[in-house]
Design a protein around this ligand. Sequence first.
Ligand code: HEC
Length: 233
Amino acid sequence: MISYKKNTILCVFAIVISIANTDVFSNNREVATDLTTLLRSARSITVNKATINDPSVFNIRYFVSKTKSNFEKSAGKEFDESNILLGQLMDSIVFVIKNAKEGKYEGKWATGNYANMFLPARFARLTGLKFKELTGGKAIIRLTTSNQLLVNTENKPDQWENEVIEQKFRNPSWPKNKIHDNYTNDGFRLMLPEYYNEGCLSCHGGENGKAIHTDPVEGHLGEFGGAISVIIK
Ligand code: HEC
């Protein structure tokens, strides 16, 4: 009888914990997804010849309001100012765009085929670095890709990212745009795959792609091109 009671109590306890965990999991998934949406909402504004060649023409107020309206369209909900991580990512975005406007990154990318260009991937990388600083490392967002397609070795995938990319995202049976997430020793992790469109191929396709990728690989329309990776500790 005693052991029956004990088991019942343990069982109830386990159920409560598992319900609580499911809740934390779905909350982390929502926040991490919102972070990827926010980064994409801002990055899409940097896909612009004028600002790529001369970031001094950025208009910060326009950039912020356009980022929010892009976010609201993609996420299908209002931008939640009270969400701490979303706010910190927005602050990181503004920090990088302001710096770019003020010429703080002049000379940062001085060599190579895309020298001195404020490219969307560069914007994303700098934003991720600032975000890591603002969150004290408690949350991370970064762009990465397959080792074969890598351009900037600082964006190299870690072991977990590499496995998700090679075994899931680059597997032809993986449904397009499907995220992968899980709890790991590093915390909650989520990755969102992205694909090459026509615009990407001018750099990542054909001979240009072979020239910039670690392996002489050319990207093709609709193929996996990279992923946004999020960690919440
Ligand atoms: C103007 C040329 C150009 C265009 C257009 C372009 N890229 Fe890139 N991409 C680069 C360069 C150069 C880098 C390395 C950036 C750096 O210095 O950090 C890069 C980096 C990346 C990265 C980060 C990982 C890595 O290899 O460093 C991803 C992912 C990526 N590009 C995907 C895309 C996708 C998807 C598109 C289209 C939506 C695109 N790129 C459009 C030139 C380009």
